[in-house]
Design a protein around this ligand. Structure first.
Ligand SMILES: Cc1cc2nc3c(=O)[nH]c(=O)nc-3n(C[C@H](O)[C@H](O)[C@H](O)COP(=O)(O)OP(=O)(O)OC[C@H]3O[C@@H](n4cnc5c(N)ncnc54)[C@H](O)[C@@H]3O)c2cc1C
Length: 411
């Protein structure tokens, strides 16, 4: 089947808070932008019933509600949304091609915002009870159907404790399996204190899951004491896993650099090791994975993608695509001597054949266009014809004689 090809300025993969913010910035900059999400819009933030630490919501807000607001705001800026999985990303002659089952999206800039997925315990029979068979990763989604039931939570980080508290509003008992010694948890202190004071939460310390048991649906979780080896079966209706996450970055393997845990490496501009590809949010190598930081990353990623697309267009239209001879002056605008050269070049250019096009490339603002032209030093003048570098002038001391001579040589 031949796939339909569509061209975009910016393609965003992932519709969580990072991807939606990046798309909002790109869309608002009037770039032709598409966001592709394989599941429901909102990503991991929809897994929580209460986000208390995102500024602007002093009473806290339900994750699904918050993500609906993000989505609405993003769509106001003309971002197109496609609900399907991205299956491949490739580079064809410097073009970034993002493939889904039916389509190929050719992008000038790509923003990866694929987030994380929950880590499994690796215990016996785990696979059997995934997909609505009793093991869950989302309290918001599955709390109501556990009303009046007994559930288990695995983990002691912020997500485990906060979601355990939320589950206790529905379930009669919430058993929390913690790998650490009694009284030790990974969650923040406020959450720990609230959890210890909640009579519905029962902590089982020094334990990991040994096996999940049941016919079709989960019936029992067997915990193992890591100090004594004792096996403890607990009859439960559901078991919620909150033991960390693994990045959704398989798509980008071999394309951009990653750390040893598979998180995408970026600089603070959200640039990956490959020009034109940015990574934002939980899928990148960073310290704090939260909605607030996802939004910050998304804003920078969207902004930088805009700059990148501007550069791609400028280089394509004004430098490589210009008719005649392009005379690109690469300089640093804060250097007085380099500014003086600029005014001498402008005077000389005024008397030249109109087929000579002067382009000013200020590396103080950004050296990225100059880098694309593979400049060697500043100040210097690069000569390009039909997109090819035909020569350069690096000694500008005798401009009045050397410049006209080089121009007539290349014109
Ligand atoms: C239970 C829980 C509670 C939390 N509580 C809080 C809290 O109180 N405060 C807070 O600030 N943060 C909280 N977080 C963390 C917060 O949700 C994340 O940090 C945030 O959602 C990260 O945003 P993101 O956009 O980077 O990634 P995600 O939200 O993970 O979104 C990534 C999206 O990419 C999509 N995707 C992945 N691969 C593909 C593909 N191949 N094709 C198309 N789409 C793809 C996924 O389906 C997903 O929707 C919580 C998380 C959980 C799980």
């Amino acid at each position: 089947m031949d796939k339909k090809r569509e061209e975009y300025d910016v393609v965003v993969v992932g519709g969580g808070p990072a991807g939606m913010t990046a798309a909002l910035y790109a869309g608002r900059a009037r770039l032709k932008t598409i966001l592709i999400e394989k599941s429901l819009m909102g990503g991991m933030a929809t897994y929580t019933s209460e986000i208390e630490n995102y500024p602007g919501f002093p009473e806290g807000i339900d994750g699904i509600e918050m993500m609906k607001i993000f989505d609405k705001q993003m769509r106001r800026f003309g971002v197109q949304v496609k609900l399907t999985a991205v299956t491949d990303i490739s580079i064809e002659c410097e073009e970034i091609v993002v493939s889904t089952f039916r389509n190929e999206y050719v992008a000038k800039a790509l923003i990866l915002a694929t987030g994380n997925k929950p880590r499994l315990t690796g215990a016996k029979n785990e696979e059997k009870f995934l997909n609505d068979k009793g093991i869950s990763f989302c309290a918001t989604c599955d709390a109501a159907c556990n009303t009046g039931k007994r559930v288990m939570v695995i983990g002691s980080g912020d997500a485990a404790i906060e979601e355990g508290m939320f589950l206790s509003k529905f379930a009669t008992e919430v058993i929390v399996s913690v790998i650490h010694d009694e009284g030790k948890m990974d969650a923040n202190k406020v959450a720990q204190e609230k959890a210890l004071a909640n009579p519905k939460l029962k902590f089982v310390w020094n334990t990991v899951v040994d096996s999940f048991e049941g016919e079709d649906m989960l019936e029992t979780v067997v915990l193992k004491n890591i100090k004594t080896g004792e096996l403890m079966p607990f009859k439960v209706d559901s078991c919620f896993l909150f033991i960390g996450y693994v990045p959704n970055t398989k798509l980008a393997e071999g394309l951009v650099e990653m750390n040893s845990r598979g998180y995408i490496k970026t600089n603070e501009l959200m640039e990956t090791s490959r020009p034109g590809i940015f990574a934002v949010g939980d899928c990148r190598d960073k310290v704090l994975r939260q909605v607030a930081t996802a939004v910050g990353d998304g804003a920078i990623g969207g902004f930088m993608a805009e700059k990148y697309v501007e550069e791609v267009n400028y280089v394509r239209d004004e430098i490589f695509g210009a008719e005649g001879l392009v005379m690109a002056y690469v300089y640093n605008a804060v250097e007085a001597l380099e500014r003086e050269y600029l005014s001498r070049i402008e005077q000389l250019h005024a008397g030249m054949d109109p087929r000579v096009k002067l382009r000013r490339i200020d590396i103080y603002k950004s050296d990225r266009i100059a880098c694309r032209l593979m400049y060697k030093k500043s100040p210097s003048i690069l000569f390009l014809k039909k997109g090819e570098l035909v020569g350069s002038l690096e000694d500008l001391t005798k401009l009045e004689t050397t410049l006209p001579a080089m121009v007539s040589q290349y014109l």
